[in-house]
Design a protein around this ligand. Structure first.
Ligand code: SAH
Ligand code: SF4
Length: 472
């Protein structure tokens, strides 16, 4: 059945904010100083969603804490991409028994992708009585209503119906940083890679309107933000569902036209849809970072086909060559799944070969994790856990070696970085990022945070670079 785009009206969001105001007024009348804790797992999209949860909570009058024993409300925003993340969530939610015992009025909410899966909601219903409220990603826009129902109804609330998803504009946001920001440009995914749960839990692909995105970007820049990361599961299909003539490259250009000194980054880019126009636009737009996260997943064509990735290793390598033709200094990163069902040792060697050829600046490597309801979950899988671990270790070693070699090439060079925060350490107290997104630790005054400065790279390892601030 064709997907019909649905928007949540601005009036509906205002009604949610009215609820926030009622809750706020009640707290003021009671002279209460309520605290909330939001715990986030998984991807940047979840980080962005948590900023919306905090936005609503702040409007209700909550201040924030990291200590579950102090919190009146705890929201756990979960991830379903791999089993490991789910186990961590369940373990940590189980532990909340202790804080709830000390604070009997404490409300515990679990939201996000994990609970959009029916079997997980059932599990929480049956085995985690400590949880008072469960809501899926499609219900986030009405979190105030759901929280109020939980506060006043004296019974558990579950809201995670099957849904293709909405677009909701105008929700309040409480951002983590004033220097860097996540900016969601689209939600959901239509690609149905056979291993992946995202299309089932995040719904169909839906793009925000270009004017809403540009307005948000402009507001960010005007408030001093210097580094904007555009988010989507596959930003390269931006706009297709809108039927507008603005594609992702056009959107970059529109944001690039906003006056001010700032960087535009984005993730994630699906190799099947990356275009020459995108690379050309990236090269031409002076604010667009020369950074590309282009997940390859495997270097073997049979495996890629079984994954439903819709490209071959050769087509992928062509994309890399094209990106490097337009931006010789581009920083390239990738995601790889090791041990996809049916992957043989020989097929895995193709992945190693592809990585040797590309020489990624950094790689995010994962052992395949079976996800309920996905096609790959019922594919035959002869490899043992030990086989997969051996492959994984070999890939990780190759990845770390190349990252360290790439970082060594920076030593002695002067690079421009954006100082984005403190490390909490005495030496190398500041963290910064290069245009390509590599992490550089520095020593300096914290008044440098939010500034673009030149630094001389003095050393580096697999994970980071270390530098010295150049005199002005
Ligand atoms: N939309 C992004 C990826 C989102 S999930 C893209 O297509 O690139 C982030 C990464 O998690 C994926 O790139 C993949 O490498 C990994 N991943 C997804 N499902 C997985 C699974 N079932 N097991 C192991 N890794 C998985
Ligand atoms: Fe998952 Fe593939 Fe969609 Fe990425 S593109 S979210 S890997 S289905």
């Amino acid at each position: 059945m064709a997907y019909e785009r649905k928007e949540i009206s601005i009036d509906s969001i205002r009604r949610q904010e009215d609820i926030c105001r009622d809750i706020y007024e009640k707290f003021v009348a009671d002279k209460a100083r309520p605290l909330a804790m939001v715990d986030t797992y998984g991807c940047q999209q979840n980080e962005a969603d948590s900023e919306k949860l905090r936005g609503y909570l702040a409007e209700m009058g909550y201040a924030f804490t990291q200590d579950e024993f102090e919190a009146d409300v705890i929201v756990v925003n979960t991830c379903a991409v791999r089993e490991h993340a789910e186990m961590r969530v369940l373990g940590n939610v189980g532990q909340l028994n202790h804080s709830k015992k000390q604070r009997p009025g404490q409300i515990i909410a679990v939201c996000g992708c994990m609970v959009q899966q029916e079997h997980m909601t059932e599990k929480i219903k049956k085995s985690y009585p400590v949880v008072d409220l469960v809501f899926g990603p499609h219900e986030l826009w009405r979190f105030p209503e759901l929280l109020l129902k939980t506060m006043t109804g004296h019974k558990r609330v579950f809201a995670a119906e099957k849904c293709d998803g909405y677009v909701a504009e105008g929700m309040p946001l409480k951002r983590d940083s004033s220097v860097k920001a996540w900016l969601s440009i689209m939600y959901g995914c239509n690609n149905f890679c056979t291993y992946c749960v995202v299309p089932y839990v995040r719904g169909r692909e839906r793009s925000r309107r270009p004017e809403d995105i540009v307005a948000e970007a402009r507001q960010l820049v005007e408030s001093g933000c210097k580094d904007i990361t555009l988010l989507g599961q596959n930003v390269n299909s931006y706009g297709k569902d809108l039927g507008s003539d603005v594609d992702f490259a056009d959107l970059i250009r529109m944001i690039n036209d906003i006056p001010g000194e700032f960087l535009i980054r984005f993730m994630t880019s699906h190799p099947k849809d990356a275009t020459e126009k995108l690379f050309k636009t990236m090269a031409e737009c002076e604010k667009c970072a020369h950074q590309l996260h282009l997940p390859v997943q495997s270097g073997n064509d049979r495996v890629l086909k079984a994954m439903n990735r819709s490209y071959t290793a050769e087509k992928y390598l062509e994309q890399v060559r094209l990106a490097r033709k337009y931006m010789p200094d581009i920083v390239l990163t990738t995601d790889i799944i090791v041990g996809f069902p049916g992957e043989t040792d020989e097929e895995f060697e193709d992945t190693i070969r592809l990585c040797d050829e590309v020489r990624y600046d950094a790689m995010f490597t994962f052992i395949y994790s079976k996800r309920v309801g996905t096609p790959a979950a019922s594919m035959p899988d002869a490899a043992t856990r030990e086989d997969k671990q051996r492959r994984f270790d070999k890939l990780l070693e190759a990845a770390n070696r190349v990252s360290a070699e790439k970082h060594a090439e920076y030593i002695g060079k002067t690079v421009r970085v954006l100082v984005d925060g403190e490390t909490g350490k005495a030496e190398y107290n500041l963290s910064s990022r290069t245009n390509g997104g590599r992490l550089v630790h520095l020593s300096g005054d914290k008044s440098l945070i939010g500034k673009f400065i030149d630094v001389k790279i003095t050393s580096g390892n697999t994970w980071a670079l270390y530098g010295k601030v150049e005199e002005e």
